[in-house]
Design a binder for this molecule. Sequence first.
Ligand code: HEC
Length: 198
Amino acid sequence: MKKTLFTSLILAGGLASSAHVLAQTPPKAGAMPAEMQQMMKAYTPELRQKVMALSPELKATIQQLHAGHPRRAKETNLRQIMHEILSEYQSIASALATDNAEQAADAARRLASHRIPKGGLLAYFPLDKINNADMAVLPAMNTAVEGSALKLADAADAGNMPLAASYMSDIMTGCVACHQKFRGVPGISANLMTPLAK
Ligand code: HEC
């Protein structure tokens, strides 16, 4: 039963169209998806409280994002997975530059189906961003990054390398948007008097 639900979520959710699917299948009010319940056991009380306070729609969105990525990390954290994603992006660039459609398509599909980090995505977001308004942008970012990666793969499969190349900026626009909202500049020193100009 659980498996059927999981599978149908994957089929229904696809990789990039959570917002669209949400409009068709409103979640039951108050329902907490089973996988999220499981992940939450490892959360600190502070994070758990923030997640519990999310709307049923938002909880369903997170669940669909997780379900759209069937691969689960055992120990890997989000930062490590992000570096994997960057490697895939660089692999696509290398493939485009060498007219290697197969490499481009494979790397783009791996990028789109990255693993979900240990504890799920929410464990790695700043606590003050775990709220309905900030989290509501996630499906759009998913579409920009992974939807564009899948289009790139299809274009490469069709042998249309110029079209494939055009999706690189759409992907990176999604990376940048998410980082501006949820990450900021990595590696800032705590030991500088004036760490940053901005
Ligand atoms: C859903 C939002 C989101 C999207 C989309 C996203 N990232 Fe990230 N990324 C993050 C967050 C949050 C972190 C900080 C993780 C941490 O440090 O725990 C991060 C960190 C990183 C880092 C690590 C920097 C460091 O501190 O070492 C790299 C590299 C990175 N992202 C690359 C990418 C690339 C490339 C893409 C697009 C193909 C992308 N990210 C898309 C949210 C996102």
